[in-house]
Design a protein around this ligand. Sequence first.
Ligand code: KIV
Length: 269
Amino acid sequence: MSANTRPRSIHGLRTYKQRGERFAMVTVYDALTAAILDEAGIPVLLVGDSLGMVVMGHPTTVPVTMDDMVHHTAAVRRGAPAALVVADMPFGSFQTDMTTAKRNATRLLKEGGATAVKIEGGGPMVDLVADLVRIGIPVMGHLGLTPQSVNQFGGFRVQGRSDEDAARITDDIVALEQAGAFTVVLEGVPSGVGRRATEAVDIPTIGIGAGPDTDGQVLVLPDLLGLTDGPLPRFVKAYVDGRSMIRDAVKAFQSEVAAGEYPGPEHRY
Ligand code: KIV
């Protein structure tokens, strides 16, 4: 599908599932990169709260604030004015009470320009999802290894390994679909759990470390670009060695400056 015919509405995403076509979602945090991803034809841009870890240098996503999310979502929207942009509701912005959650979700659409919000969790979050959908806010769900619960999980651990946990994920995805979620991210679960959850619903699922059978796949952009340092989860695939590319480029700049080669005649006024 070409960049200009791909679905850009939340309803368009269902078309992928109906046609049996796989699709990609990529995280993004700024205008420049959003424009490039949009040019590349990525159908869903996610302003993930992974922002806290990959851009802001926090060890988890827990410290990310509403102001952080609004600021970066607005930048992404400026870079990709027509894209389907989904913004994460950060930890603490939706768990306390419905009124606060609705106010914060509204901010992401009004001030950030998001098309939809993403909310981590099933069970207690299902009523909130239904309420947001009722007031016109599209919601993407997120189940499995939900990073905002890292302290509850005791680390970034694969979820859904026991039969009971796996069954709960399937129950949760069905409940989220009934509540009106237009799609659900499945993160860090065994492939069989990803497959069963995907088969249980008509809405598309988007996997990250959830095996090959989800309808879409998402990666965190700095991981995909090979920019992230340190040990990475098994599901990460770097499509370029961005870290070396940046290091080599700035080193080349530095040595040309030291040698008096830059700026050359063509770079002068
Ligand atoms: O915050 C994020 O980047 C995410 C993706 C990993 C799905 O939630």
